[in-house]
Design a protein around this ligand. Structure first.
Ligand code: SIN
Length: 286
């Protein structure tokens, strides 16, 4: 596609592109939406800078790419059921999303897109890393690819939000996660998805399993499964597949959970970071 309405700069790193020439606070024309959508499919994560957006404007922009979803484990921003605040207070130790994963892959229908917007970020630290799970998959040997393609994962939120999950301890203390069915019991549920998924729009295959959200491989022990997840995570997060994004207030990233992993760095102890996040409904992974 020749971009006529937006600029697309891929110099940021191995995955992703910075999009310019567009003001996301206004209603976007069909052509602009199509160009952004095309760049997103091609580069897996798109970044925008200097976009002053209210929660409603962020939700409106996200809705250009599909029906909005509700996140089960966090109280949303008042009056905006699809926008959740992701806040790490200066006094907090644990951050949200601080391990390599794709968003809520433990749901039957995991979200295809996540739209993350920065309101307050530390001067140094708090960057997010993105890894290209398609190129990572395509660079594995034919033999391992054939082996992985036959495997089913048992996905669950229990490692993070379950009774003993690290984030559940924090949520319980703050009284979060009750209003939207996000109880620790709900988090114990398990769903089956392939370890390698085929993108519904591009047809390309990507690594999908992750340590925080995939409990085990069907028919394998958890210990055996973790050994393979460890290898795949190490492979996926080699520098050659990873882009590091430095946030500023007004930055927005939209990533494709079907083909990109992310990791929020927790290297800013004593500083506050405040983001708002929206997720867009996706399809059953196949
Ligand atoms: C997330 O995992 O969705 C949050 C990422 C971040 O805060 O950078």
């Amino acid at each position: 596609m020749r971009y006529e309405k937006i600029t697309v700069d891929t110099s940021i790193g191995p995955v992703g592109a910075v999009i310019g020439g567009v003001d996301l606070s206004h209603e976007l024309s069909e052509q602009v939406i199509q160009e952004i959508h095309h760049a997103w499919l091609q580069h897996h994560v798109v970044f925008f800078r200097n976009q002053p957006l209210s929660p409603q404007q962020q939700a409106d922009f996200s809705a250009c790419f599909g029906e909005l979803d509700v996140y089960p484990f966090m109280q949303p921003v008042d009056g905006h059921p699809n926008v959740i605040p992701i806040i790490k207070e200066a006094s907090a130790k644990l951050n949200f999303g601080g391990a390599w994963h794709t968003d809520t892959s433990y749901k039957q229908l995991p979200p295809k897109a996540t739209v993350l917007y920065a309101l307050e970020v530390p001067e140094k630290g708090g960057d997010t890393l993105f890894a290209d799970a398609t190129f990572a998959y395509e660079s594995l040997s034919m033999g391992l690819r054939a082996c992985l393609e036959g495997l089913t994962g048992i996905y669950s939120a229990k490692m993070v939000h379950g009774i003993d999950g690290g984030y559940n301890q924090v949520a319980a203390k703050k009284g979060l996660g009750k209003a939207y069915g996000g109880s620790a019991e709900f988090a114990e549920l398990e769903v089956e998805h392939p370890l390698i998924r085929t993108h519904a729009e591009t047809g390309r295959k990507s690594i999908y399993c992750s340590k925080p959200h995939t409990h085990r491989i069907k028919g394998w022990t958890r210990e055996e499964s973790l050994a393979l997840f460890g290898f795949l995570t190490q492979h996926l997060t080699q520098q050659t597949f990873v882009t590091r994004f430095k946030w500023a207030p007004g930055s927005l990233a939209m990533w494709d959970n079907r083909c990109v992993f992310h990791h929020a760095l927790n290297d800013y102890q004593g500083k506050r970071r405040h983001m708002n996040r929206v997720i867009v409904k996706g399809e059953k992974p196949v």
